[in-house]
Design a protein around this ligand. Structure first.
Ligand code: DX5
Ligand code: ZN
Length: 555
């Protein structure tokens, strides 16, 4: 499909929601492993895989083999989003006679392999890859295996075989979530090193302990290690495996079981348990509440923006926010597309280009060519026709589409028809022009109103709060409906960017926990609040939730 970063992100969110819908309706299934591989399968399906949902058995299609077949809800939901069948069919999950069974079944269009009996999918894929070579076919085979599954001896026999036959038409992704059915992988059969104690974060902290990649290297594979929830890293890793000649490729993707739903994260209990129906709406809301941090580099040393980008990368930012000012639309001048092009090789992290320039339609192609992942233009300098042209340029170049509003600007009526396609709406909370200004308080109310209007008009993108956002107001911005947080002076201007970003995340998470507790109370009173709190047993989350519920007098 070749979708852009934002479209993949939105599709992955949609698919996660379908996993919850399906497993809740079935009363059983495997959400944990479906969520750990959500971004991996999303990037394969929406970016790389060649297929035709109307002709699932097209001979030259690429093959997607889910060896860890118990994560079938994660496969089915993505196949539905990709157009193989109607999304409503996920509610038939695990029903008698349904095409969507507890493990993938060939009756389901898009399914290539009846995974479930673990350890076999890689051997099956090798057969397919060898056959393609013999037949002179150009298609590629993508196979997802699990770390629990890697206990099987057959996996390692297959590792030797793929290497012997130089199967460079095979890319395997290991969903390394550290958890299998009964416990942590490192306790049952360590792939890296034995886990002492109960704290899985112990493994996370020390990358020096991760050795599974070396095992695959020693078998002659081309190995890359990535964060399996970072879309940009998955894309870049797969891109490079597709260029690799003469060896099979393994991507070790470090993931979190149950990722994106706090109470499921890193919790072995959620390997194969479905959410209760009364909990499902809360999870659904939580999935709508993912958020991103976007440091604005102009708050740093303008003579050395490379260093500022590196600080943001080291701080694990989600985006790099690039404020382009032309000295006309705003009095100041910062940099233009040539600088963005120079900065591009430093990182794969998405570039969030905010164009504070006149006549953006004339310049937008330059910003595409410079490597921006999303480009946001100002409503004040666009109309229906020029924004339509910008939309066409960005969509055809697979770049995200953003619109920005100054503090005094309302959503113009010409923009309504573009709302369902918008990836981002920037709500400025300072008069644009420089970093370090004070947040304009009336923006809270404005954002709340906008969030309502946007959702009525089928907005699927993210609201970005930009200008004067800091640790004291980020939580409130989240509650208003913002999901991307730009931080200039409050992030890049700070001595310890990494620690500051981590503190931003904590503040926003607190606001999110509060929103979910409020929702629980609204839907089911104290009883549901208590049930929601009790689900949160891993990490420090539970105490914070109890505190929030007490402060609101819900318990
Ligand atoms: C303002 C820019 C903002 C700003 C962010 O014109 O669009 O991105 O520089 O910096 P702070 O967070 O310091 O307001
Ligand atoms: Zn900005």
């Amino acid at each position: 499909m070749g979708l852009n970063y934002y479209q993949i992100k939105k599709n992955v969110r949609k698919a996660r929601k379908l996993v919850i819908k399906g497993t809740t309706a079935a009363g059983s299934g495997h959400p944990g492993g479906s969520f750990s591989m959500a971004e991996i399968i999303g990037c394969i399906l929406y970016k790389f895989l060649k297929y035709d949902p109307k002709n699932p058995l097209w001979e030259d299609r690429d093959r997607l083999v889910l060896s860890k077949g118990h994560a079938s809800p994660g496969l089915f939901s993505n196949l539905a989003v990709a157009g193989y069948f109607d999304e409503s069919e996920v509610e038939d999950l695990r029903k008698l006679g349904s095409r969507l069974q507890g493990h993938p079944d060939l009756r389901c269009p898009g399914v290539e392999f009846c995974g479930g009996s673990l350890g076999i999918g890689l051997s099956f894929s090798i057969g397919g890859a060898l056959a393609a070579k013999i037949d002179g076919k150009k298609h590629h085979i993508f196979t997802i295996i699990g770390d629990g599954e890697s206990n099987e001896g057959q996996v390692w026999e297959a590792a030797m075989t793929a290497s012997k036959y130089k199967l460079d038409n095979l890319t395997v992704i290991l969903d390394r979530n550290f958890i299998q059915q009964d416990s942590y992988t490192e306790r049952i059969m360590p792939l890296d090193e034995e886990l002492i104690g109960d704290d899985i974060s112990e493994m996370w902290k020390d990358a020096g302990r991760w050795k599974v990649g070396d095992k695959w290297r020693s078998f002659g594979w081309n190995v890359t290690e990535i964060d399996g929830h970072r879309i940009e890293q998955i894309i870049s890793a797969i891109d490079s495996t597709l260029q690799t000649k003469g060896t099979p490729s393994m991507i070790v993707a470090r993931t979190i079981k149950g990722k994106a739903v706090e109470h499921m994260e890193d919790n072995p209990k959620w390997h194969g348990v479905a959410p209760k129906p009364e909990i499902a709406p809360l999870i659904d809301l939580e999935l709508d509440c993912q958020f991103m941090i976007a440091p604005s580099i102009i708050a740093g040393d303008m003579t050395n923006l490379e260093t500022e980008v590196r600080k943001a990368v080291h701080g694990r930012a989600d985006y790099i926010h690039l404020d382009v000012m032309d000295g006309v639309f705003v009095p100041n001048t910062t940099f233009d597309h040539t600088k963005i092009k120079e900065l591009r090789p430093i990182t794969e992290i998405p570039f969030d280009a905010h164009l504070m320039i006149n006549e953006p339609v004339k310049h937008v192609q330059n910003y595409v060519d410079a490597g921006s992942d999303i480009i946001t233009v100002h409503a004040e300098v666009c109309n229906e026709s020029s924004f339509g042209e910008i939309r066409d340029i960005l969509k055809s170049n697979k770049v995200g589409l953003g619109l920005a509003l100054n503090p005094q600007t309302d959503l113009p009526s010409w923009s309504y028809k573009f709302i369902p396609e918008l990836d981002q709406l920037i709500v400025m909370s300072v008069v644009p022009g420089k970093s370090g200004q004070k947040y304009i308080e009336t923006t809270h109310e404005k954002t709340r109103k906008l969030a309502k209007t946007l959702s009525d008009k089928k907005f699927e993108g993210f609201i970005e709060a930009d200008g004067g956002v800091d640790l004291s107001n980020a939580g409130a911005c989240f509650s208003d409906g913002a999901r991307v947080f730009v931080g200039g002076s409050a992030i890049i201007g700070q001595p310890d960017v990494r620690n500051t970003i981590s503190n931003f995340r904590k503040k926003i998470l607190h606001a999110r926990r509060k929103l979910l507790i409020n929702k629980a109370y609204e839907l089911g009173g104290t009883d549901l609040v208590n049930k929601w709190i009790d689900l949160h047993i891993i990490g420090e989350k539970k105490n914070e939730l109890i505190q929030i519920a007490k402060e609101a007098s819900y318990v």
